[in-house]
Design a protein around this ligand. Structure first.
Ligand SMILES: *Cc1c(COP(=O)(O)O)cnc(C)c1O
Length: 460
């Protein structure tokens, strides 16, 4: 192929636009967008020529075609999680419930009965979800906003603007992705009043901090860390009693918020929404896309009087979710109305948490069998640990099996990248120069896709 050494030899934009390789795009794309991409890629190509890179006109064509093709195909596609982190923010946190396709199809490219009642009148857009939440959690009412950070912001802004919120120093957490309790509080207009020390907070610490400008007592679940050793926490029941004594609302930010009792499944106990409600908490908030296994949203349940106040706050309008989120949340909560064995079977997060080790091993073995005759590739099954992630049951790890691949054929980074560029993208991790796929987070049948991808990338 002829290399281009002088930028004068780069064809004019008009000529490039007429390359036969671009015809399929030129036929369907608005000309201005095509032109923009061609100009940008050509300018970049020009720079590379000036930098004395060895390039031919084919390289220019390739870069233009690649970008155009990339632009017209979806980026947010289904991906395979071989990372072993069940709630991985980079991979969209919780997988949806198994029947979600029906929900999405029922909505389709049409309208939705989002906020209108049988009489054709504008209705309360939270009524339906509130009813489901009421049944499941025993709270008086419920609503939902864009995410749990928004829920915290809305609650504090509504109840505590200009007032002090008392919180234990040990609960001033940062969740990651720059969600820090003190910063959210500042944005809400509430004033932070820390009490106790990092490892020990007593009821008397809360009580002596209460004054005429106190707005609420707040508990935040220490989602992603634990303090071990010499510790003292005030229970939510004690906090509720204190709130009642001084007529102050008690707010509980649960983070993941489990609706099922995890300890019944030999999983570490995660605070349940129902328990907080039973303890008498006024408002409980939690994420929709952590252990609930629903869409990204922040769910709020609690006393009707407070929920009504939240709804009236103009911020609610800015934080509200659309019909898609509403429909997916509805379907997810409806699953929780079912018998527990039906939930377990159809709830992606629960299914992965409870995935039997022999099933994990079977998937890994399938891949080993497929790959065993590949020269220059060494595959093994190793014991490892998966993570729940998303700040849930954080210090707990789940036993698992990983497929480990060692190959002389290419650097391990290159293998990992090729897997990520596969369709569908496959995400694995690198450890000690080995490429690892954790099968706990690999759904049924995906082991075939993984094996085929590895065969294609590492094959002859
Ligand atoms: C995850 C988490 C949040 C943030 O929730 P998002 O839904 O990601 O906004 C807030 N508080 C706690 C305790 C959490 O664990």
């Amino acid at each position: 192929m002829k290399t281009i050494n002088d930028v004068k030899d780069i064809p004019a934009i008009d000529k490039i636009l007429n390359f036969p390789e671009l015809k399929e795009f030129a036929d369907v794309l608005e000309h201005n967008y095509l032109l923009k991409v061609v100009r940008e890629r050509t300018a970049e190509f020009r720079k590379r020529i000036l930098n004395k890179e060895t390039l031919s006109i084919e390289d220019l064509k390739k870069s233009i075609v690649e970008e155009l093709s990339d632009l017209i195909h979806p980026y947010y596609v289904y991906a395979i999680n071989g990372l072993g982190v069940i709630l991985h923010t980079g991979l969209g946190r919780a997988p949806y419930i198994s029947s979600i396709a029906q929900t999405l199809l029922s909505l389709g490219p049409r309208y939705s009965r989002l906020q209108i009642d049988e009489d054709g009148r504008r209705a309360d857009r939270y009524k339906r979800i509130s009813r489901l939440l009421q049944l499941i959690t025993d709270a008086e009412a419920g609503m939902f906003v864009n995410n749990n950070a928004a829920a915290t912001l809305l609650i504090l802004n509504t109840l505590c603007k200009g007032k002090e919120v008392i919180i234990s120093r040990g609960q001033l957490i940062e969740i990651g992705g720059s969600f820090r309790i003190p910063e959210v509080m500042e944005q809400s207009g509430a004033i932070l009043r820390e009490v106790g020390t990092t490892n020990r907070t007593h009821l008397r610490d809360y009580e002596s901090a209460i004054n005429e400008n106190t707005g609420a007592l707040l508990r935040v679940h220490q989602s992603n860390y634990r303090i071990m050793g010499f510790t003292k926490d005030v229970s939510i029941e004690e906090l509720v009693l204190l709130g009642r004594k001084y007529n102050l609302p008690v707010i509980d930010d649960l983070g993941s918020g489990a609706l099922l009792d995890f300890s019944r499944y030999n999983l570490p106990k995660e605070p349940m929404v129902q328990e907080s409600i039973k303890a008498g908490v006024d408002l409980v908030c939690f994420s929709g896309d952590k252990l609930i296994g629903g869409p990204q949203c922040g769910i709020i349940v609690g006393k009707k009087e407070y929920i009504e106040r939240l709804k009236k706050n103009p911020l609610t309008r800015a934080l509200r979710c659309d019909k898609l989120t509403s429909a997916v949340l509805e379907a997810t909560l409806q699953l929780f109305l079912r018998k527990e064995e039906i939930i377990i079977e159809n709830h992606g997060v629960m299914a992965l948490l409870l995935k039997p080790l022999e099933k994990i091993k079977r998937q890994a073995r399938y891949c080993i069998k497929k790959l065993k005759n590949l020269p220059g590739v060494k595959c093994e099954i190793e014991s490892s640990v998966s993570e729940i992630g998303g700040g849930s049951l954080s210090t707990e790890q789940l036993p698992t099996f990983v497929l480990s691949i060692k190959t002389e054929k290419m650097p391990v980074e290159k293998l990992a990248r090729a897997m990520r560029l596969h369709n569908p993208p496959i995400f694995g991790r690198i450890e000690n120069d080995l490429y690892l796929i954790d099968f706990r987070t690999v759904f049924d049948g995906e082991e075939k896709i993984i094996a085929d991808a590895l065969l294609k990338i590492l094959g002859p």
